[in-house]
Design a protein around this ligand. Structure first.
Ligand code: MN
Ligand code: MN
Length: 310
């Protein structure tokens, strides 16, 4: 057994699930391409998500079985072998300190390369601001519905002159011609502004609060979730309850449980074509036990299981 590649996660170079490392514009073939975006210039409170990709990759080596010659994992719940797909790791976008516009262009270019090779990107953030340049890469691939899991709607038009931070990102994303609408679930922050939420609704988007998920259950919202669409999933880890996701810049109490988030992802993956996804706002500087990085990986691995059910 090649312990460097599979089995023992304590050995080897920690690419995402120990997948081969390639350049985004290289000559490779894969179904899934991981891309790290160590960018946190969009953060309004506690910075540090620039270390997110490293933290996620480090724990992802626990799931290195996905990148072996017989990929996939045995899913006890479904009694099937899942997640069998070809995965590469495109490394990190070369982020330049402070030049956010240049960084946005680099992010868009990297994702364009991945899409041009016919792979689906799995983007490891970084703060939530990166979702705009990622989605810009889908310019000729619309219409796209964005499924957002988040404690915040991120729909502020202008935050003291800032329009491209992580609190503005869904507003900017919904302004893209190729984005049809956003379905946002898990919102519960007490710092949301009435006007932003009114705009969110007026623009035809759907918003489902965390307490309603707790009260009615996930299945109750099946008809509110996208169906038959091309869906991009943007997962802000602060959608999850702060007790299991402390490692994030703007945690909120009262959040989603693992089972709720898992089932939401399962339903959205089953009923739509998933064109790509990101997982953002993991901040290892506030994650002393690494539970947030572990949680992030579980969400990603099970999503791969839903996309490639075997
Ligand atoms: Mn958030
Ligand atoms: Mn967010």
């Amino acid at each position: 057994m090649d312990f460097q590649k599979q089995g023992m996660s304590i050995f080897g170079v920690p690419s995402f699930v120990k997948a081969p490392v390639v350049q985004p514009d290289g000559d490779w073939r894969a179904d899934i391409a991981a891309l790290g975006v160590p960018f946190d210039l969009g953060t309004s409170y506690r910075s540090g998500t620039r270390f997110g990709p490293k933290a996620i990759r480090d724990w992802s080596t626990r799931f290195s079985i996905l990148s072996t010659d017989t990929p996939g994992y045995w899913d006890i719940r479904s009694g099937t072998r899942r997640g069998g797909c070809r995965i590469v790791d495109c490394g990190d976008v070369d982020i330049v300190p402070l030049l956010w516009e240049e960084n946005f262009e680099r992010i868009t270019r990297a994702v364009e390369h991945i899409l041009a090779r016919g792979a689906r990107p799995v983007v490891l953030g970084g703060d939530h601001a990166i979702t705009l340049p990622v989605l810009r890469a889908y310019k000729d691939r619309g219409p796209i519905t964005v499924f957002q899991l988040d404690a915040h709607a991120d729909y502020r038009d202008d935050s003291g002159g800032v329009r491209f931070g992580h609190g503005n990102v869904l507003r900017r994303v919904c302004e893209l011609d190729h984005v049809e609408k956003a379905v946002c679930i898990g919102v519960r922050s007490l710092r949301q502004q009435q006007g932003d939420l009114a705009d969110h609704k007026a623009h035809g988007n759907t918003l489902i609060c965390a307490w309603d998920v707790h009260k009615h259950g996930v299945e109750h919202y099946r008809s509110a979730l996208p169906s038959g669409k091309n869906v991009y999933v943007t997962f802000d880890i602060d959608a999850m309850d702060a007790s299991i996701a402390p490692g994030t810049g703007t945690p909120e109490v009262g959040g989603l449980t693992y089972e709720q988030a898992r089932r939401l992802l399962e339903m959205v993956c089953e009923n739509n074509t998933i064109v790509g996804l990101d997982l953002v706002e993991v901040n290892p500087l506030f994650d002393p036990t690494n539970i947030t990085a572990l949680l992030a990986n579980h969400l990603l691995i099970e999503t791969l299981g839903f996309l490639f059910p075997g």
